[in-house]
Ligand binder design. Structure first.
Ligand code: NAD
Length: 493
Protein backbone atom coordinates (compact mmCIF):
# COMPACT_ATOMS: atom_id res chain seq x y z
CA UNK A 1 0.00 0.00 0.00
CA UNK A 2 1.55 3.31 -1.09
CA UNK A 3 2.13 6.00 1.54
CA UNK A 4 1.84 9.60 0.32
CA UNK A 5 3.21 12.84 1.75
CA UNK A 6 2.03 16.45 1.58
CA UNK A 7 3.20 18.48 -1.43
CA UNK A 8 4.74 21.66 -0.03
CA UNK A 9 7.14 24.07 -1.72
CA UNK A 10 7.68 21.80 -4.72
CA UNK A 11 8.44 18.59 -2.86
CA UNK A 12 6.84 15.76 -0.93
CA UNK A 13 7.03 16.43 2.80
CA UNK A 14 6.09 13.95 5.54
CA UNK A 15 3.45 15.10 8.04
CA UNK A 16 5.01 16.68 11.13
CA UNK A 17 2.82 14.44 13.32
CA UNK A 18 4.05 11.28 11.51
CA UNK A 19 0.36 10.30 11.41
CA UNK A 20 -1.42 8.96 8.34
CA UNK A 21 -4.99 8.15 7.33
CA UNK A 22 -6.09 5.16 5.26
CA UNK A 23 -7.87 6.02 2.06
CA UNK A 24 -10.44 3.41 1.03
CA UNK A 25 -11.35 2.05 -2.41
CA UNK A 26 -15.17 2.23 -2.28
CA UNK A 27 -15.62 -0.63 -4.74
CA UNK A 28 -13.27 -3.08 -3.01
CA UNK A 29 -14.24 -1.72 0.41
CA UNK A 30 -10.59 -1.81 1.48
CA UNK A 31 -7.81 0.71 2.14
CA UNK A 32 -5.52 1.10 -0.87
CA UNK A 33 -3.21 4.01 0.10
CA UNK A 34 -2.24 6.18 3.06
CA UNK A 35 -2.35 9.99 3.12
CA UNK A 36 -0.85 12.36 5.70
CA UNK A 37 -2.99 13.34 8.67
CA UNK A 38 -1.97 16.99 8.59
CA UNK A 39 -2.06 19.42 11.51
CA UNK A 40 -1.54 23.09 12.33
CA UNK A 41 2.24 22.90 11.79
CA UNK A 42 1.73 21.44 8.29
CA UNK A 43 -0.86 24.14 7.56
CA UNK A 44 1.66 26.83 8.54
CA UNK A 45 4.42 25.27 6.40
CA UNK A 46 2.16 25.18 3.34
CA UNK A 47 0.95 28.77 3.79
CA UNK A 48 4.54 29.96 4.35
CA UNK A 49 5.59 28.31 1.06
CA UNK A 50 2.66 29.88 -0.78
CA UNK A 51 3.40 33.30 0.71
CA UNK A 52 7.10 33.07 -0.17
CA UNK A 53 6.15 32.23 -3.77
CA UNK A 54 3.97 35.36 -3.95
CA UNK A 55 6.56 37.65 -2.35
CA UNK A 56 10.04 36.57 -3.39
CA UNK A 57 9.79 33.59 -5.76
CA UNK A 58 9.93 33.78 -9.57
CA UNK A 59 6.10 33.81 -9.56
CA UNK A 60 6.11 37.26 -7.95
CA UNK A 61 7.73 38.96 -10.94
CA UNK A 62 6.76 36.63 -13.76
CA UNK A 63 4.92 38.23 -16.68
CA UNK A 64 1.30 37.25 -17.17
CA UNK A 65 2.22 35.80 -20.55
CA UNK A 66 4.83 33.52 -18.98
CA UNK A 67 2.29 32.46 -16.32
CA UNK A 68 -0.14 31.57 -19.08
CA UNK A 69 2.47 29.42 -20.82
CA UNK A 70 3.04 27.40 -17.64
CA UNK A 71 -0.71 26.90 -17.21
CA UNK A 72 -0.86 25.66 -20.79
CA UNK A 73 1.90 23.13 -20.04
CA UNK A 74 -0.08 21.98 -16.99
CA UNK A 75 -2.90 21.20 -19.43
CA UNK A 76 -0.42 19.22 -21.55
CA UNK A 77 0.95 17.12 -18.66
CA UNK A 78 -2.63 16.44 -17.55
CA UNK A 79 -3.45 14.94 -20.94
CA UNK A 80 -0.21 12.93 -20.96
CA UNK A 81 -1.24 11.38 -17.59
CA UNK A 82 -4.92 10.97 -18.31
CA UNK A 83 -5.14 7.20 -17.71
CA UNK A 84 -3.18 7.32 -14.46
CA UNK A 85 -5.17 10.27 -13.08
CA UNK A 86 -8.54 8.78 -14.06
CA UNK A 87 -7.67 5.51 -12.35
CA UNK A 88 -6.61 7.30 -9.17
CA UNK A 89 -9.98 9.09 -9.12
CA UNK A 90 -11.88 5.81 -9.50
CA UNK A 91 -9.90 4.12 -6.73
CA UNK A 92 -10.61 6.98 -4.37
CA UNK A 93 -14.20 7.95 -5.17
CA UNK A 94 -15.67 4.90 -6.94
CA UNK A 95 -16.99 6.91 -9.89
CA UNK A 96 -17.00 5.27 -13.32
CA UNK A 97 -13.70 5.05 -15.18
CA UNK A 98 -15.37 6.33 -18.36
CA UNK A 99 -16.75 9.32 -16.47
CA UNK A 100 -13.44 10.08 -14.74
CA UNK A 101 -11.49 9.78 -18.03
CA UNK A 102 -13.84 12.39 -19.51
CA UNK A 103 -13.47 14.47 -16.36
CA UNK A 104 -9.65 14.49 -16.55
CA UNK A 105 -9.82 15.54 -20.23
CA UNK A 106 -12.04 18.38 -19.13
CA UNK A 107 -9.52 19.26 -16.40
CA UNK A 108 -6.88 19.79 -19.11
CA UNK A 109 -9.31 22.03 -21.03
CA UNK A 110 -9.89 24.12 -17.90
CA UNK A 111 -6.13 24.73 -17.60
CA UNK A 112 -5.93 25.70 -21.30
CA UNK A 113 -8.89 28.05 -20.93
CA UNK A 114 -7.42 29.97 -17.99
CA UNK A 115 -3.94 29.90 -19.59
CA UNK A 116 -5.47 32.02 -22.34
CA UNK A 117 -6.96 34.46 -19.83
CA UNK A 118 -3.77 35.07 -17.81
CA UNK A 119 -2.58 37.98 -19.95
CA UNK A 120 -6.02 39.47 -20.52
CA UNK A 121 -6.48 40.84 -17.02
CA UNK A 122 -6.84 44.52 -17.75
CA UNK A 123 -7.50 47.73 -15.86
CA UNK A 124 -9.35 50.86 -17.02
CA UNK A 125 -8.84 54.58 -17.41
CA UNK A 126 -11.75 56.60 -16.00
CA UNK A 127 -13.01 59.94 -17.32
CA UNK A 128 -13.15 61.71 -13.94
CA UNK A 129 -15.55 64.54 -13.20
CA UNK A 130 -12.72 66.49 -11.55
CA UNK A 131 -10.57 68.76 -13.66
CA UNK A 132 -6.84 68.07 -13.63
CA UNK A 133 -7.25 64.49 -12.37
CA UNK A 134 -6.70 61.13 -13.99
CA UNK A 135 -8.13 57.85 -12.70
CA UNK A 136 -6.73 54.39 -13.43
CA UNK A 137 -7.58 50.94 -12.14
CA UNK A 138 -5.32 47.90 -12.04
CA UNK A 139 -6.28 44.40 -11.02
CA UNK A 140 -3.98 42.52 -8.73
CA UNK A 141 -3.86 38.97 -7.34
CA UNK A 142 -5.67 38.76 -4.00
CA UNK A 143 -2.82 36.79 -2.37
CA UNK A 144 -2.58 33.29 -0.93
CA UNK A 145 -5.74 31.36 -1.75
CA UNK A 146 -6.95 28.42 0.33
CA UNK A 147 -9.01 25.83 -1.57
CA UNK A 148 -11.04 23.26 0.40
CA UNK A 149 -12.72 20.61 -1.72
CA UNK A 150 -15.27 17.78 -1.58
CA UNK A 151 -14.72 14.10 -2.36
CA UNK A 152 -16.82 13.56 -5.45
CA UNK A 153 -14.67 15.16 -8.20
CA UNK A 154 -11.25 16.11 -6.73
CA UNK A 155 -9.25 17.01 -9.85
CA UNK A 156 -12.16 18.87 -11.37
CA UNK A 157 -12.47 21.03 -8.23
CA UNK A 158 -8.71 21.54 -8.12
CA UNK A 159 -8.70 22.82 -11.71
CA UNK A 160 -11.81 25.00 -11.31
CA UNK A 161 -10.19 26.78 -8.37
CA UNK A 162 -6.44 26.66 -9.03
CA UNK A 163 -6.42 27.45 -12.77
CA UNK A 164 -8.15 30.87 -12.42
CA UNK A 165 -6.28 31.60 -9.16
CA UNK A 166 -2.91 30.94 -10.80
CA UNK A 167 -3.91 32.79 -13.96
CA UNK A 168 -4.66 35.78 -11.71
CA UNK A 169 -1.16 35.49 -10.20
CA UNK A 170 -2.15 34.06 -6.81
CA UNK A 171 -0.54 31.08 -5.08
CA UNK A 172 -2.67 28.28 -3.61
CA UNK A 173 -2.84 25.84 -0.74
CA UNK A 174 -5.40 23.15 -1.45
CA UNK A 175 -6.76 20.65 1.05
CA UNK A 176 -8.78 17.99 -0.75
CA UNK A 177 -11.30 15.79 1.00
CA UNK A 178 -9.77 13.23 3.35
CA UNK A 179 -11.75 10.59 1.38
CA UNK A 180 -10.08 11.32 -1.97
CA UNK A 181 -6.76 13.16 -1.73
CA UNK A 182 -4.39 10.99 -3.76
CA UNK A 183 -5.11 12.39 -7.23
CA UNK A 184 -4.47 15.97 -6.05
CA UNK A 185 -1.10 14.97 -4.52
CA UNK A 186 0.04 13.24 -7.72
CA UNK A 187 -1.31 16.09 -9.82
CA UNK A 188 0.69 18.64 -7.84
CA UNK A 189 3.91 16.76 -8.61
CA UNK A 190 3.00 16.92 -12.34
CA UNK A 191 2.76 20.71 -12.20
CA UNK A 192 6.46 20.83 -11.32
CA UNK A 193 7.21 18.94 -14.56
CA UNK A 194 5.19 21.65 -16.32
CA UNK A 195 7.52 24.30 -14.88
CA UNK A 196 5.34 25.70 -12.08
CA UNK A 197 7.70 27.35 -9.57
CA UNK A 198 7.95 25.81 -6.10
CA UNK A 199 5.39 26.97 -3.55
CA UNK A 200 2.81 28.22 -6.07
CA UNK A 201 0.60 25.15 -5.63
CA UNK A 202 0.72 23.23 -2.34
CA UNK A 203 -1.42 20.22 -1.42
CA UNK A 204 -1.92 19.21 2.21
CA UNK A 205 -4.21 16.46 3.42
CA UNK A 206 -6.06 15.42 6.55
CA UNK A 207 -9.24 16.04 8.48
CA UNK A 208 -11.20 19.27 8.36
CA UNK A 209 -10.84 20.05 12.06
CA UNK A 210 -7.10 19.12 12.20
CA UNK A 211 -5.78 21.04 9.22
CA UNK A 212 -8.73 22.64 7.37
CA UNK A 213 -9.71 24.90 10.28
CA UNK A 214 -6.15 26.17 11.02
CA UNK A 215 -5.71 26.90 7.34
CA UNK A 216 -8.89 29.00 7.25
CA UNK A 217 -7.72 30.90 10.32
CA UNK A 218 -4.17 31.46 9.12
CA UNK A 219 -3.62 35.24 8.85
CA UNK A 220 -1.59 34.93 5.63
CA UNK A 221 -4.49 33.32 3.76
CA UNK A 222 -6.35 36.08 1.90
CA UNK A 223 -9.22 34.10 0.45
CA UNK A 224 -11.03 30.79 0.96
CA UNK A 225 -12.66 28.97 -1.94
CA UNK A 226 -14.77 26.09 -0.67
CA UNK A 227 -16.66 23.20 -2.28
CA UNK A 228 -18.59 20.99 0.10
CA UNK A 229 -21.69 20.72 2.24
CA UNK A 230 -23.70 23.73 3.38
CA UNK A 231 -23.15 22.91 7.07
CA UNK A 232 -19.34 22.87 6.81
CA UNK A 233 -19.51 25.79 4.39
CA UNK A 234 -21.36 27.92 6.95
CA UNK A 235 -18.67 27.15 9.59
CA UNK A 236 -15.86 27.98 7.17
CA UNK A 237 -17.65 31.18 6.10
CA UNK A 238 -18.03 32.26 9.76
CA UNK A 239 -14.35 31.58 10.50
CA UNK A 240 -13.24 33.45 7.35
CA UNK A 241 -15.52 36.39 8.25
CA UNK A 242 -13.65 36.95 11.52
CA UNK A 243 -10.68 38.11 9.41
CA UNK A 244 -12.78 39.62 6.58
CA UNK A 245 -11.46 37.09 4.10
CA UNK A 246 -13.09 36.82 0.73
CA UNK A 247 -14.92 33.53 0.17
CA UNK A 248 -16.49 31.61 -2.64
CA UNK A 249 -18.81 28.79 -1.63
CA UNK A 250 -19.92 25.94 -3.90
CA UNK A 251 -22.44 24.07 -1.78
CA UNK A 252 -25.24 21.54 -2.06
CA UNK A 253 -28.56 21.50 -3.84
CA UNK A 254 -32.02 19.98 -4.10
CA UNK A 255 -32.48 20.67 -7.74
CA UNK A 256 -35.86 20.47 -9.49
CA UNK A 257 -36.02 18.78 -12.89
CA UNK A 258 -39.36 19.95 -14.37
CA UNK A 259 -41.15 17.97 -17.09
CA UNK A 260 -44.08 19.66 -18.85
CA UNK A 261 -46.70 17.64 -20.72
CA UNK A 262 -45.52 19.03 -24.09
CA UNK A 263 -41.91 17.82 -23.61
CA UNK A 264 -40.19 15.20 -25.72
CA UNK A 265 -40.79 12.48 -23.13
CA UNK A 266 -38.11 10.13 -24.40
CA UNK A 267 -35.47 12.86 -24.00
CA UNK A 268 -36.89 13.88 -20.64
CA UNK A 269 -36.68 10.30 -19.34
CA UNK A 270 -33.01 10.13 -20.37
CA UNK A 271 -32.38 13.51 -18.70
CA UNK A 272 -34.12 12.46 -15.50
CA UNK A 273 -32.09 9.23 -15.34
CA UNK A 274 -28.76 10.92 -15.93
CA UNK A 275 -29.78 13.71 -13.54
CA UNK A 276 -30.17 11.39 -10.58
CA UNK A 277 -28.36 8.11 -11.30
CA UNK A 278 -25.29 9.59 -13.02
CA UNK A 279 -22.43 9.50 -10.51
CA UNK A 280 -24.73 7.48 -8.24
CA UNK A 281 -26.54 10.73 -7.45
CA UNK A 282 -23.39 11.98 -5.70
CA UNK A 283 -23.42 15.32 -7.45
CA UNK A 284 -24.24 18.75 -6.13
CA UNK A 285 -26.49 19.25 -9.17
CA UNK A 286 -28.40 15.96 -8.81
CA UNK A 287 -31.92 16.44 -10.18
CA UNK A 288 -33.34 14.81 -7.08
CA UNK A 289 -36.82 16.37 -7.31
CA UNK A 290 -38.55 15.35 -10.52
CA UNK A 291 -41.53 17.66 -11.02
CA UNK A 292 -43.93 16.15 -13.57
CA UNK A 293 -47.11 17.77 -14.92
CA UNK A 294 -50.07 15.86 -13.49
CA UNK A 295 -51.65 15.17 -16.90
CA UNK A 296 -48.69 12.92 -17.89
CA UNK A 297 -47.43 11.89 -14.46
CA UNK A 298 -48.56 8.24 -14.47
CA UNK A 299 -47.42 7.61 -18.05
CA UNK A 300 -44.08 9.37 -17.50
CA UNK A 301 -43.48 7.48 -14.26
CA UNK A 302 -43.99 4.17 -16.08
CA UNK A 303 -41.49 5.13 -18.80
CA UNK A 304 -39.01 6.28 -16.19
CA UNK A 305 -39.21 3.17 -14.02
CA UNK A 306 -38.77 0.96 -17.06
CA UNK A 307 -35.62 2.87 -18.07
CA UNK A 308 -34.27 3.00 -14.51
CA UNK A 309 -34.58 -0.78 -14.15
CA UNK A 310 -31.95 -1.20 -16.85
CA UNK A 311 -29.31 0.97 -15.10
CA UNK A 312 -26.36 -1.40 -14.69
CA UNK A 313 -24.82 -1.23 -11.22
CA UNK A 314 -21.34 -2.66 -10.62
CA UNK A 315 -17.58 -2.35 -10.99
CA UNK A 316 -16.70 1.28 -11.84
CA UNK A 317 -13.71 0.10 -13.90
CA UNK A 318 -16.02 -1.94 -16.19
CA UNK A 319 -17.05 0.07 -19.27
CA UNK A 320 -20.55 -1.49 -19.21
CA UNK A 321 -21.29 -0.20 -15.69
CA UNK A 322 -23.61 2.82 -15.43
CA UNK A 323 -23.64 3.32 -11.66
CA UNK A 324 -20.88 2.54 -9.17
CA UNK A 325 -20.79 2.38 -5.36
CA UNK A 326 -21.43 5.11 -2.81
CA UNK A 327 -18.08 6.86 -2.45
CA UNK A 328 -17.79 6.70 1.33
CA UNK A 329 -19.14 4.47 4.10
CA UNK A 330 -20.82 7.37 5.97
CA UNK A 331 -22.48 8.48 2.73
CA UNK A 332 -23.80 4.95 2.12
CA UNK A 333 -25.36 4.89 5.61
CA UNK A 334 -26.81 8.36 5.13
CA UNK A 335 -28.53 7.41 1.86
CA UNK A 336 -30.12 4.32 3.46
CA UNK A 337 -31.31 6.44 6.39
CA UNK A 338 -33.00 8.90 4.02
CA UNK A 339 -34.77 6.01 2.31
CA UNK A 340 -36.14 4.91 5.71
CA UNK A 341 -37.23 8.47 6.53
CA UNK A 342 -39.07 8.69 3.18
CA UNK A 343 -40.93 5.44 3.99
CA UNK A 344 -41.89 6.69 7.46
CA UNK A 345 -43.11 10.02 6.06
CA UNK A 346 -45.51 8.20 3.74
CA UNK A 347 -43.67 8.31 0.40
CA UNK A 348 -44.15 5.23 -1.78
CA UNK A 349 -41.06 3.42 -3.08
CA UNK A 350 -41.74 2.18 -6.62
CA UNK A 351 -38.18 1.13 -7.47
CA UNK A 352 -35.15 -0.01 -5.47
CA UNK A 353 -34.87 1.26 -1.93
CA UNK A 354 -32.33 -1.31 -0.72
CA UNK A 355 -28.60 -2.04 -0.74
CA UNK A 356 -27.80 -3.33 -4.23
CA UNK A 357 -26.58 -6.87 -4.67
CA UNK A 358 -25.62 -9.12 -7.55
CA UNK A 359 -22.76 -9.98 -9.87
CA UNK A 360 -20.00 -7.36 -10.02
CA UNK A 361 -21.03 -5.85 -6.71
CA UNK A 362 -18.41 -5.88 -3.98
CA UNK A 363 -17.49 -4.02 -0.85
CA UNK A 364 -21.01 -3.51 0.50
CA UNK A 365 -21.47 0.16 -0.42
CA UNK A 366 -24.04 -0.05 -3.23
CA UNK A 367 -27.57 1.37 -3.21
CA UNK A 368 -30.20 0.39 -5.79
CA UNK A 369 -31.48 3.09 -8.15
CA UNK A 370 -34.45 4.27 -6.08
CA UNK A 371 -37.63 6.13 -7.01
CA UNK A 372 -40.32 7.46 -4.66
CA UNK A 373 -43.79 8.74 -5.54
CA UNK A 374 -46.46 10.16 -3.18
CA UNK A 375 -43.87 12.74 -2.20
CA UNK A 376 -44.97 16.17 -1.07
CA UNK A 377 -42.46 18.97 -1.28
CA UNK A 378 -42.38 19.54 2.47
CA UNK A 379 -41.14 16.01 3.23
CA UNK A 380 -37.53 15.63 4.36
CA UNK A 381 -36.73 13.57 1.23
CA UNK A 382 -37.78 16.58 -0.91
CA UNK A 383 -36.08 19.25 1.19
CA UNK A 384 -32.71 17.78 2.21
CA UNK A 385 -29.77 16.80 0.05
CA UNK A 386 -29.47 12.99 -0.04
CA UNK A 387 -26.41 12.83 -2.32
CA UNK A 388 -27.33 9.38 -3.59
CA UNK A 389 -29.41 7.61 -6.27
CA UNK A 390 -32.79 8.52 -4.76
CA UNK A 391 -35.41 10.32 -6.85
CA UNK A 392 -38.63 11.92 -5.61
CA UNK A 393 -41.46 12.42 -8.11
CA UNK A 394 -43.80 15.32 -7.38
CA UNK A 395 -46.80 16.32 -9.51
CA UNK A 396 -47.76 19.85 -10.54
CA UNK A 397 -50.75 21.44 -12.31
CA UNK A 398 -49.42 24.34 -14.40
CA UNK A 399 -46.45 26.69 -14.91
CA UNK A 400 -47.10 28.78 -11.81
CA UNK A 401 -47.46 25.67 -9.66
CA UNK A 402 -44.21 24.17 -11.03
CA UNK A 403 -42.30 27.38 -10.28
CA UNK A 404 -43.76 27.56 -6.78
CA UNK A 405 -42.69 24.00 -5.91
CA UNK A 406 -39.31 24.34 -7.64
CA UNK A 407 -38.39 27.44 -5.63
CA UNK A 408 -39.72 26.09 -2.34
CA UNK A 409 -36.31 24.99 -1.06
CA UNK A 410 -33.39 26.52 0.82
CA UNK A 411 -31.15 25.71 -2.13
CA UNK A 412 -30.71 27.29 -5.55
CA UNK A 413 -27.98 25.46 -7.44
CA UNK A 414 -29.51 24.06 -10.64
CA UNK A 415 -32.78 23.19 -12.37
CA UNK A 416 -33.98 21.47 -15.54
CA UNK A 417 -36.96 22.44 -17.71
CA UNK A 418 -38.35 20.08 -20.36
CA UNK A 419 -40.81 21.58 -22.87
CA UNK A 420 -41.14 22.12 -26.63
CA UNK A 421 -42.54 25.62 -26.02
CA UNK A 422 -39.62 28.08 -26.20
CA UNK A 423 -41.60 30.90 -24.64
CA UNK A 424 -42.48 28.72 -21.67
CA UNK A 425 -38.84 27.64 -21.36
CA UNK A 426 -37.70 31.26 -21.07
CA UNK A 427 -40.57 32.30 -18.77
CA UNK A 428 -39.97 29.45 -16.34
CA UNK A 429 -36.16 29.78 -16.42
CA UNK A 430 -36.45 33.45 -15.54
CA UNK A 431 -38.52 32.67 -12.44
CA UNK A 432 -36.37 29.82 -11.15
CA UNK A 433 -34.03 30.71 -8.29
CA UNK A 434 -31.10 28.63 -9.51
CA UNK A 435 -27.55 29.46 -10.62
CA UNK A 436 -27.85 27.16 -13.64
CA UNK A 437 -31.00 26.26 -15.60
CA UNK A 438 -30.83 23.54 -18.22
CA UNK A 439 -33.43 23.56 -21.02
CA UNK A 440 -34.21 20.17 -22.57
CA UNK A 441 -31.00 18.73 -21.16
CA UNK A 442 -29.55 18.03 -17.71
CA UNK A 443 -25.99 17.83 -16.28
CA UNK A 444 -24.42 19.53 -19.29
CA UNK A 445 -21.43 21.50 -18.12
CA UNK A 446 -19.01 23.87 -19.78
CA UNK A 447 -15.95 25.48 -18.25
CA UNK A 448 -16.95 28.55 -20.28
CA UNK A 449 -20.24 29.00 -18.40
CA UNK A 450 -20.29 30.57 -14.92
CA UNK A 451 -21.39 28.02 -12.33
CA UNK A 452 -22.54 28.58 -8.77
CA UNK A 453 -25.47 28.73 -6.43
CA UNK A 454 -28.18 31.12 -5.34
CA UNK A 455 -29.64 31.10 -1.81
CA UNK A 456 -27.95 28.50 0.43
CA UNK A 457 -26.22 26.81 -2.51
CA UNK A 458 -23.37 29.24 -2.45
CA UNK A 459 -21.58 32.49 -3.00
CA UNK A 460 -19.64 33.51 -6.12
CA UNK A 461 -19.10 31.76 -9.42
CA UNK A 462 -16.65 29.24 -10.83
CA UNK A 463 -15.94 28.63 -14.55
CA UNK A 464 -16.06 31.17 -17.31
CA UNK A 465 -14.28 34.51 -17.57
CA UNK A 466 -16.20 35.70 -14.51
CA UNK A 467 -14.41 33.27 -12.18
CA UNK A 468 -11.06 34.98 -12.50
CA UNK A 469 -12.53 38.11 -10.85
CA UNK A 470 -12.93 36.16 -7.61
CA UNK A 471 -9.13 35.99 -7.32
CA UNK A 472 -8.41 39.65 -8.12
CA UNK A 473 -8.47 42.90 -6.17
CA UNK A 474 -9.16 46.17 -7.98
CA UNK A 475 -6.80 49.02 -7.11
CA UNK A 476 -7.71 52.61 -7.96
CA UNK A 477 -4.96 55.05 -8.75
CA UNK A 478 -5.90 58.76 -8.88
CA UNK A 479 -3.25 61.12 -10.16
CA UNK A 480 -3.29 64.88 -10.28
CA UNK A 481 -1.95 66.32 -13.49
CA UNK A 482 -2.81 69.89 -12.46
CA UNK A 483 -0.16 72.40 -11.47
CA UNK A 484 -1.91 73.37 -8.23
CA UNK A 485 -3.54 71.32 -5.46
CA UNK A 486 -7.01 72.14 -4.05
CA UNK A 487 -7.55 72.20 -0.27
CA UNK A 488 -9.53 68.98 -0.05
CA UNK A 489 -10.96 69.67 3.38
CA UNK A 490 -14.71 69.43 2.87
CA UNK A 491 -14.93 66.17 0.90
CA UNK A 492 -17.06 63.20 1.96
CA UNK A 493 -15.35 59.97 3.27
P1 NAD B 1 -17.76 18.52 3.50
O1 NAD B 1 -18.42 19.81 3.73
O2 NAD B 1 -17.89 17.46 4.50
O3 NAD B 1 -16.17 18.73 3.28
C1 NAD B 1 -15.64 19.63 2.30
C2 NAD B 1 -14.20 19.95 2.67
O4 NAD B 1 -14.16 20.73 3.85
C3 NAD B 1 -13.35 18.71 2.97
O5 NAD B 1 -12.06 18.89 2.42
C4 NAD B 1 -13.29 18.71 4.48
O6 NAD B 1 -12.16 18.04 5.01
C5 NAD B 1 -13.22 20.18 4.77
N1 NAD B 1 -13.62 20.56 6.13
C6 NAD B 1 -14.47 19.92 6.97
N2 NAD B 1 -14.58 20.61 8.14
C7 NAD B 1 -13.79 21.70 8.02
C8 NAD B 1 -13.49 22.80 8.89
N3 NAD B 1 -14.03 22.91 10.11
N4 NAD B 1 -12.65 23.75 8.44
C9 NAD B 1 -12.11 23.67 7.21
N5 NAD B 1 -12.34 22.64 6.36
C10 NAD B 1 -13.19 21.68 6.75
O7 NAD B 1 -18.30 18.04 2.06
P2 NAD B 1 -18.18 16.61 1.38
O8 NAD B 1 -19.01 15.64 2.14
O9 NAD B 1 -16.74 16.30 1.14
O10 NAD B 1 -18.86 16.89 -0.04
C11 NAD B 1 -20.21 16.71 -0.33
C12 NAD B 1 -20.92 18.04 -0.39
O11 NAD B 1 -20.28 18.88 -1.35
C13 NAD B 1 -22.36 17.95 -0.85
O12 NAD B 1 -23.16 18.76 -0.04
C14 NAD B 1 -22.32 18.50 -2.28
O13 NAD B 1 -23.53 19.04 -2.72
C15 NAD B 1 -21.25 19.52 -2.17
N6 NAD B 1 -20.69 19.80 -3.50
C16 NAD B 1 -20.95 21.02 -4.07
C17 NAD B 1 -20.47 21.29 -5.35
C18 NAD B 1 -20.73 22.61 -6.03
O14 NAD B 1 -20.01 22.93 -6.97
N7 NAD B 1 -21.72 23.37 -5.63
C19 NAD B 1 -19.74 20.32 -6.03
C20 NAD B 1 -19.53 19.09 -5.41
C21 NAD B 1 -19.99 18.85 -4.13
Amino acid sequence: MKTYSHWIDGQFVEPSSSAWLDTVDPYQGEPWARIPRGNTADASAAVAAAKKAMVSGPWATMSATARGKILRRIGDVTLESIDRLAQLEVRDNGKLLAEMTGAVKNVAEIWYYYAGLADKIEGSVMPLEKAGMMGLTSREPIGVVLALTAWNAPLNFLALKCAPALAAGCSVVIKPSEFSSVSSLEFAALTKLAGLPDGVLNVVTGLGQDIGAPLVEHPDVSMVTFTGSDITGANVYAAAARQMKRVTMELGGKSPNIVFADADLELAVAGAISGIFGGGGQMCTAGSRLLVQNSIKDHFTELLVEAARSVKVGDPMDSATQMGPMSTAPQYQKVLEYIQIAHSDGAKCILGGKPAQGPGIKGGQFVEPTIFTNVSNDMQIAQEEVFGPVLSIIGFEDEAHAIEIANDTLYGLAAGVWTRDVGKLFRVSKELKAGTVWGNTYRTYSYMMPFGGMKQSGIGRESGVEAINEYLETKSLMISIAQSHPLNIFVPR
